[in-house]
Design a protein around this ligand. Structure first.
Ligand SMILES: O=C(O)CCC(=O)C(=O)O
Length: 245
């Protein structure tokens, strides 16, 4: 990882999303992939339903959730000192690892993610919370990259509505008016990462290609953030309509 902390912070504050090349090395990416494959093969079936969301075929993994709780290796990865040091200035405080999860976007059947702001799920005030999204597979224009609306984190939370999408139950009532061509598209080589603030608007299309688009996500908040009851009530309503969220 080769980043200038002051530049990273300035870009993050301005855009609500930043790109970091080679966040993980090739060897680390291979280790992540191997452990995910092992976990899905050996552990997942015995874990509670909140450990994952499946695609419509009811067998392919769409998301793994709560890896920090169900897998010690991933918890330790999320607690790594260099990653915590990188995100600390961005969350304006002491980072707390809140989640380690995946968006697998499998080949051919990987479902899309509607326009949303993560704080509709996280419900934190102030919004000093972020996601480090690490590419395990190459992310191309064709296999469902994440698009971000730069600067959208500065305008607060937009109205939400239940999306009906399993794994992403709460979306925005209206998509962004910013055309796709003006949005930031996270095109990543394996090991590259984006970091987005929890109120940055983003979304991704389904994957209809032959190439999977696996992403590993680390979610952190500053230890000073608190749950906002109004955001929490809207989230609870959406989850009840499409469990698990
Ligand atoms: O991986 C995706 O397609 C969407 C990811 C996402 O919504 C997020 O990182 O919050």
């Amino acid at each position: 990882m080769n980043t200038n902390p002051a530049q990273l912070l300035a870009n993050y504050e301005r855009d609500g999303v930043v790109l970091i090349r080679q966040f993980l090395s090739d060897d680390e990416v291979a280790e992540v992939r191997a452990e995910l494959e092992r976990y899905i093969r050996d552990d997942l079936a015995a874990l509670p339903p909140d450990a994952r969301t499946l695609e419509k075929d009811e067998k392919t993994v769409r998301n793994l959730w709560r890896l920090e709780k169900y897998n010690e290796w991933f918890r330790q990865l999320g607690e790594r000192a260099d990653i915590r040091a990188l995100v600390a200035p961005l969350v304006h405080g002491e980072p707390v690892l809140v989640g380690v999860e995946t968006f697998n976007k499998p080949a051919r059947i990987g479902s899309g993610v509607p326009y949303h702001q993560d704080n509709a799920y996280f419900c934190q005030a102030p919004p000093d919370m972020l996601t480090v999204w690490v590419a395990i597979d190459a992310v191309t224009e064709a296999n469902g990259p994440v698009f971000f609306v730069k600067g959208s984190h500065k305008d607060g939370m937009r109205p939400t509505k239940p999306s009906g999408v399993r794994g992403n139950s709460i979306g925005m009532a209206e998509p962004s008016a910013v055309p796709l061509s003006e949005q930031f598209c996270g095109l990543l080589a394996p090991g590259d990462a984006t970091i987005h603030q929890c109120e940055t608007i983003h979304h991704s299309a389904p994957n209809t290609t032959e190439h999977p688009r696996l992403g590993l996500l680390f979610v952190y908040r500053g230890s000073h953030t608190q749950t906002d009851p109004k955001l929490k009530a809207a989230y609870a309503e959406a989850v009840a309509l499409t469990p698990p969220a």
